[in-house]
Design a protein around this ligand. Sequence first.
Ligand SMILES: Cc1ncc(COP(=O)(O)O)c(C=O)c1O
Length: 386
Amino acid sequence: MKIPMLDLVAEHAPYRGELLAAFERVLDSGRFVLGSEVEAFEREIAAWIGVPHAIGVSNGSDALLLALQAVGVGPGDEVICPTYTFFATAGAVARLGGKPVFVDSAECCYNLRADQVVAKIGPKTKAIIVVHLFGQCADMDPILKAAQKRGIPVIEDAAQALGAKDKGRQAGTMGTLGTFSFFPTKNLGTLGEGGLITTKDASLAERIRKLRVHGAKQKYFHELVGGNFRLHELQAAFLRVKLKYLDAALKKRQENANRLIEILRERWSAVMSLDACVCQGQGEAKNGKSGAVFLPFSCHSGVGEHTWNQFVIRVVGSGQRDALKEKLAAQGIQTEVYYPRAMHEQECFASTKGSFPTATRLTQETLALPGLNWTELVQKLEGSLP
Ligand SMILES: Cc1ncc(COP(=O)(O)O)c(C=O)c1O
């Protein structure tokens, strides 16, 4: 039996008819770019997130680029961001000629360490990008407080965390700007590519709308140098269908994650849990013996605040994660390593100075398990785990 990371065919089956109807609606409209579907989607998702402005864009990577451009990041500017993240976070900074200033991660939630963000703010800091990794919000309050004091914009990279909360506040509503991805693996995935930027600031929203279409409010009259960062009508129409089911889908992810935790506790003797959050560097997390498996830890998250975009365990000890990955593969269980290399270890960021020991450990120890988007996968997993 094969157990894939995701089963997108099964996920879409219940609303196949609605997706086909959305396709026909767009086909029959003859309007494929920036029309009524994008406008309606922007209104609907803004209401769902609880933010006044939501701008649909081409993808989550471009959303980051536009957000940084909107707050004026340019050549030589420093932007603080985590080293343990998907490449797009730091890549967007470099695409604008800026310099990513990396911070280490916390062993509890794998999010960036807020205390290190605060410590690294300097005269060249132009912005801070906080990534809400794997569906769980980072510790926002200390970062927001320090940034506000110095007038530095905070961008929340919420590509993996649509619907996540930090003390009741939605991801993408706490900082100056929020960015999201609708890549098919995300909490709200489309049938292709898409992204979103959220903000409470009307003038930033206006600037981003211009940047999305080559910096022109009026066609062929360019106030800024932007690009083609448009969300397609077809993707907006699909997203409108799936948005109606997002609350139910997030509830299902939560249930599946809880069930996976129960299953692993029952089946694997080496399972351990952390007792406390170490996001602020309040001491080392429990290390565990070689082969110990740490379950995902919901740090700041109250009930329902973690959206479980990925279920990521940590397997302690050299080579232990890879051995488990192979063992699971032999049972037909697909797993993924998010991420095998941190940003400071990438060839393109080879000039980075400093050491990031937790991030490096996470690249060697973390393993994402399948099954969160479809309950049947969790049931299959239960029958197949070694
Ligand atoms: C944290 C993070 N930021 C940004 C992105 C980029 O999003 P996209 O793939 O839509 O460009 C991703 C996508 O995986 C991501 O995980």
